[in-house]
Write a protein that binds this ligand. Sequence first.
Ligand code: ACM
Length: 547
Amino acid sequence: MIRRLLFLMFVGFQASIFMAQNLTPRPKFMQQGEGQCRLIPGLVVAYDALPDSLSREAARFVSDLNAATGLGAQALGRREGLVRMQHVTDCNPEGYRLRIQPDGILVEATTAAGFFYAFQSLKKMLPANVMARRFDPRRTYTLPCVDIQDEPRFRYRGFMLDVSRHFFSVKELKRMIDLMAAYKMNYFHWHLTDDQGWRAEIRRYPRLTTIGATAPNCRITDFERGTYWTNQPYGPYFYTRQEMQDIVEYCAQRHITVIPEVDMPGHFVAALAAYPEFGCDPNHPVEVWTTGGVSRDVLNVANPRAIQFVKDILDELCEIFPGPYFHLGGDECPTEMWEHNAQCQQLVAEEGMEGFRALQSRFTEQMSDHLASHGKRTLLWNESITAKGSDLARVKKHNPLIFSWYPCQKAARMAADNGLETVVTEIHSATGSYYINRRQSDDPGEPEGAGKGDDTVERTYNYVPVPQDLPESLCQWYVGVQATFWCEWVATPEYLEYLALPRLMAVAEAGWTQQSLKDFSDFRRRMSLDREMLDLGGYRYGKHIFK
Ligand code: ACM
């Protein structure tokens, strides 16, 4: 009996050591102590006299903990409790310290985000059902004794989802947002519009979400039937204002800022299908696209009414998205239609522009002026500065944040050389892609999709977002990383999750963990521990690295 008891204690001890080392992203500093701290029924999370903005984090932690464990924990404004929150002034704005000892847990942070990440780490070190929010009153809930001092490497750790090529419901989005939060990502870049569908309700222009939100056909890839066309209209699918506000609120509770993107002046066919008068050739109406590619039909940026149209759209969206950033797109915009349009020709001549690309720079400046009047900073894909003929002075005027994707490192360096901040979201497979919709494997049984199947988790993980030989003085401009997910081939939440996971976590770790602490084999070990959480959450994920 005693031997059995000793054995069980040993197993428990081993398990709890494991639990501290399952933290992804890997913390900056972690020192294992001895023993463990058991969470007892009715435990108190004491927040002393902290303001609501901070004590709210205790209430959320307790609510999550109780929902999964039934422990009946309480968050109380007093000094003593098994878990004690202490406000300090010396942590990074998203950093925290945790000291877990057998008789209690000290949580220190400077901001609400810091406390949130500390509690996320506590939840992650508990049995997997806690982070998965699955009720299981039969388990024992213990934490390993450990000291953690943690803070992110980058202030921007993003996930972009394209909901234009295919649409995902609010419920499906929240499943991805839950994982972003579990892995301490903090920006949800919502690619709301493109050639294949307009997904945001705009009261003033209702045709955007009838005509613009309906494609004439739909290609689906699913695990059972493979790839097929439905031969049915797809839509109208869009988010109402209330649904967008719901996502904003859901993200805010998880310290995630939502960045809406209206891709302009290219990738604008869905809007032009609804309002052809704002295109360059209104006599030749366009249809919402059903497949990927780059359309030559773009917004007529020389038409003052078209400019007013997009300003009106931005005005409505700025009411809904309170964050400081707005993404204006700006990628892959052919100038061909401008070259053949009399208004565009006239404007280029009148303003003595060097070429038609400068029209895009002029437009970017106008829109950035407008966003600035709403207190928003403009975000742009890198073509806004890298496309030949861009007028850099105009684009730079409002200090945009540049999303570098192609050619990623060259664009990032150009941004940095010009004193512009940049987020790295590499497309290229050879180096390791952050475009996590691309296929991870070329197995014959693998569903169809983008890429050749060589965008493995390992390559994504091992990609180095800031070149090791970058001059020290330029490092400041590299403010973060982003996992980017395009949905030309992805129509179902199962396939979305299968492709995104676990590469989302690989990018999350690139965003949080110091380069010197990264190690793929350790990441793989931790991901294998996280399978229980993913399984409990009913996520479908790529299992290639576990074979
Ligand atoms: C992009 O992949 N077109 C930004």
